[in-house]
Design a protein around this ligand. Structure first.
Ligand SMILES: [Zn+2]
Length: 137
């Protein structure tokens, strides 16, 4: 998977709040100015949108949570609670297992095949949907 990844060093039970997805709090406009979306280019930032008003940029003041990769069949979930993002375990995790959650990115544009190719997933899960974009209805 992309980047460093984060791995369990000891057994972790399901339902444990592991850590906050920490970082600088930006407005969407500030985030866009910092990382202009270049058409056709592979996307890789440490941005995480909490809602329509706040985006966390873990490249600044971030912690180890930013190294956790995406999976379409994840063992963790990113839970938004009172304006902060927390990484929580979905199931028991064994030592050495890679931690992952579903990034489920949502774009302003339609999630077309071309958009999905800009946000590819190679997690290897049987249920891999080939993109880290969320399913849009
Ligand atoms: Zn996948």
């Amino acid at each position: 998977m992309q980047g460093l990844g984060a791995f369990a060093t000891h057994p972790i039970s399901a339902g444990v709040r592991l850590m906050e997805y920490a970082g600088q709090r930006l407005t969407p406009a500030e985030a866009e100015a910092r990382y202009p979306d270049v058409l056709g280019e592979r996307h890789h930032t440490f941005l995480f949108a909490i809602d329509d008003d706040v985006v966390i940029d873990a490249a600044f003041d971030g912690n180890d949570a930013r190294f956790i990769n995406h999976s379409c069949d994840p063992n963790c979930d990113a839970v938004i609670d009172d304006g902060r993002i927390w990484i929580e375990t979905l199931r028991d995790i064994a030592p050495g297992e890679e931690l992952a959650y579903d990034y489920a990115y949502v774009l302003d544009e339609r999630h077309s095949p071309a958009a999905k190719r800009r946000f590819p997933c190679h997690c290897g899960a049987a249920s891999c949907r080939g993109t880290i974009l969320a399913k849009k209805r």
